[in-house]
Design a protein around this ligand. Structure first.
Ligand code: SOE
Length: 385
């Protein structure tokens, strides 16, 4: 679906903080590096404050602004709605955009509850019958090294998977004087480290294995219960109402066992999204802080040379890499979002359904819900349902 048949498609993005900035970079660059069937036009930026949204639009290259997302959705120059807001608005914006005939890209996690995610998945399924596409922005699936890992697993290089070990370690909240933020309020974020970064490793591991978690046992903890409100002259403290860290174990449908850790208190770890997978014939290990590398242990090699070897995932034949630089020149975090919008635009043009779908986002939400239920019941084993 492109307006005026000129091979372009209008994007309206709601939210212009961190995710808005990196999504804007993706929409600006994708057709300058990939042969996309539809070139995105950065038509409208949505934000609550007019002056701040105008400044953000000027800086990030958006043509117009709206301070009411309902007006943004209604515009004829918008065919794709990109949701880059906190989770408490995802459902209302996505369902309204789908009802208005738009395609929808929604940041993770899909919603703040299973019930909301169920409504969104149902709306997306109905809209797909009308040719509308929707996708959840779990960008780590589009790190070339993890896309390669998925290919290797599909090719059988690991054989049957027995262990999944995933961590997402950050430390930006380790200092108790770090002020309150929307990510620390349950009514806005839904949960803390669990939904913010735990969602990423749940989606990434289900993507890598091509199957779903069926049950979990979990612990969560809030280490700092009150934080200063930025700019408050009286030094007012506000309540942190989400988890600071989540640890859980899980079982996949195939019987593979999994362990997960999500925390924003791992002092010294800045964005260490890590996955290790052990199969009967091989193992793979990845650390986002070395995002252009994938470690592979080939169990088929049984001589003195056996050991983990580093694959530098920068060859033009590696997933997504060919559009960028010569081997060894590396890419970064922002490139994974360009990969994401490239795939989304291709699916919109081809009339096929992107992944992760809203149904995939619902599955992640069900795992998040099971983790919270288990953690609230002394780590009781809890089915994902
Ligand atoms: C958390 O700080 C955060 O910004 C997440 O919200 C993003 O999804 C992740 O990619 C980087 O860290």
């Amino acid at each position: 679906m492109s307006n005026a048949g000129d091979g372009t498609i209008g994007v309206g993005m709601v939210g212009h903080a961190f995710m808005g900035r990196v999504h804007s970079h993706a929409w600006r660059t994708v057709h300058r590096f990939y042969d996309v069937p539809l070139a995105p036009r950065l038509a409208v930026l949505g934000g609550r404050d007019l002056d701040r949204t105008k400044a953000a639009a000027a800086k990030m290259g958006w043509d117009a602004v709206e301070t009411d997302w309902r007006e943004l959705i209604a515009r004829d120059d918008v065919q794709i709605v990109d949701i880059c807001t906190p989770g408490d608005s995802h459902k209302d914006i996505a369902i309204a955009a789908l009802a208005a005939g738009k395609h929808v890209l929604c940041e993770k996690p899909l919603a703040n509850s299973v019930a909301e995610a169920e409504e969104m998945a149902a709306a997306a399924t109905a809209a797909a019958a009308n040719g509308q596409r929707s996708m959840v922005a779990f960008n780590y699936r589009r790190v070339p090294a993890l896309a390669l890992a998925r290919q290797m697993i599909v090719e059988g290089r690991l054989g049957r998977v027995r262990h999944v070990r995933a961590q997402y370690l950050q430390d930006w909240l380790s200092d108790p004087t770090t002020p309150m933020a929307w990510r620390l309020r349950k009514e806005e974020a839904g949960s803390g480290a669990l939904g913010d970064i735990g969602a990423h490793i749940i989606d990434a591991t289900q993507f890598l294995l091509g199957e779903q978690l069926t049950g979990v046992s979990a612990l969560t903890e809030t280490f700092v219960h009150k934080r200063p409100v930025a700019g408050d002259p009286d030094g007012r403290l506000d309540d942190v109402t989400v988890d600071d860290a989540a640890l859980f174990i899980g079982r996949f449908a195939s019987g593979a066992l999994a362990s997960y850790e999500a925390t924003r208190f791992a002092l010294g770890r800045k964005n260490a999204m890590r996955v290790e997978i052990n199969g009967e014939r091989g193992s793979l290990a990845f650390d986002f802080e070395s995002m252009n590398e994938l470690s592979f242990y080939d169990g088929e090699i049984d001589d003195q040379s056996a050991g983990f070897r580093r694959i530098l995932v920068t060859e033009p034949t590696h997933p997504y890499v060919g559009a960028w630089w010569p081997p060894g020149h590396l890419i970064g975090y922002e490139h994974t979002f360009t990969h994401e919008v490239f795939d989304f635009l291709t699916h919109v043009h081809d009339g096929t359904d992107p992944a992760p779908s809203f149904a995939d986002g619902l599955q992640v939400q069900k795992v998040l819900g099971a983790v919270e239920t288990s953690a609230g019941n002394d780590a009781k084993w809890t089915p994902v349902s």
